[in-house]
Design a protein around this ligand. Structure first.
Ligand SMILES: [Zn+2]
Ligand SMILES: [Zn+2]
Length: 134
């Protein structure tokens, strides 16, 4: 069981089972919502359970054709990621209280990162973005 929560503690969630990946996402959505980038934990949607504060989770539609939602705590603003997106969960690893057991392997959507932020590690990089930047 991997536990997570927001800064004020209103929202608590638990993840059962093994996450499938942990990545550093540099997409424009993560950059603006979460900071310079977001570490995103991905796994099967059924493995994610919100155990407290479901009603405190604000959902703002963003992304291609508004199919994705940025979730954050209405009380403290903690970025929670997309939570459920179709049959997967996409959780901001910054909200985890436990070690998810896996380590980041890739940087994704690096085409959207600002030039002033330099990636200095040797992890693989993928350039594409969810959102076309006009
Ligand atoms: Zn909160
Ligand atoms: Zn992202």
């Amino acid at each position: 069981m991997i536990k997570g929560s927001c800064l004020c503690g209103a929202v608590k969630f638990e993840i059962s089972g093994e996450p499938s990946s942990l990545s550093y996402c540099h997409c424009s959505r993560c950059r603006k919502a979460a900071g310079i980038f977001s570490a995103v934990l991905i796994g099967k949607a059924d493995d994610l359970k919100v155990v407290a504060g479901q009603e405190k989770i604000a959902k703002v539609p963003t992304g291609p054709e508004w199919k994705l939602e940025r979730c954050f705590c209405k009380e403290c603003g903690t970025s929670l990621g997309d939570m459920v997106a179709g049959d997967i969960y996409v959780v901001a690893a910054s909200a985890l209280d436990d070690d998810p057991g896996i380590r980041p392997t890739v940087h994704i959507h690096t085409g959207s990162k600002p030039d002033w932020y330099q990636i200095d590690d040797k992890l693989q990089k993928f350039v594409g973005d969810y959102v076309s930047e006009e």
